[in-house]
Design a protein around this ligand. Structure first.
Ligand SMILES: [Ca+2]
Ligand SMILES: [Ca+2]
Length: 155
């Protein structure tokens, strides 16, 4: 798994365990993450994944999650061009973008970008990232610009 993909998986894990005190992924949260990554697990599959990868009963820590993602990515990308982002990654970005786009206008403005950066634990300057990523200079990020930004930053 490349560093960029690893970073994305860590970001996904942190995004979806953000509100919990134990920093472990429960079944409901695992369901959300997998859906964000473009999968549609049924309850039985979720149970099996938890059983196979979880380290505590019904819970998964970051290491367990990365092991699972490694398996998934290997399964998903075996016949893809290594340079293109896996579909699961694009799906994750799309879900993240939807979450960050609070007013649902299809763009991330400066406030939404700041909020997004704090959610993913990035304390870089939102102003600088906006300037660097805003390809068409309309002072907001559309989805394509967002994807380019996510590929560049170290989450
Ligand atoms: Ca918006
Ligand atoms: Ca723009």
């Amino acid at each position: 798994m490349s560093q960029a993909v690893l970073d994305q998986c860590v970001a996904a894990f942190e995004l979806f365990t953000k509100d919990t005190t134990d920093q472990l992924l429960g079944v409901a949260e695992l369901d959300l993450v997998l859906r964000a990554l473009g999968q549609e697990p049924n309850p039985k599959e979720l149970g099996e994944i938890m059983q196979g990868y979880g380290s505590k009963f019904g819970k998964m820590n970051l290491d367990d999650f990365l092991e699972l993602m490694q398996q998934q990515i290997r399964a998903n990308t075996s016949d893809r061009n290594a340079d293109s982002l896996p579909a699961a990654t694009i799906a994750f970005f799309a879900e993240a973008f939807r979450l960050f786009d609070k007013d649902q206008d299809g763009y991330l403005n400066m406030d939404e970008l700041k909020n997004a950066l704090s959610l993913i634990g990035q304390d870089g300057s939102a102003e600088e990232l906006m300037v660097a990523s805003d390809a068409n200079k309309d002072h907001k990020l559309d989805f394509d610009e967002f994807v380019e930004m996510m590929k560049d930053i170290d989450v």
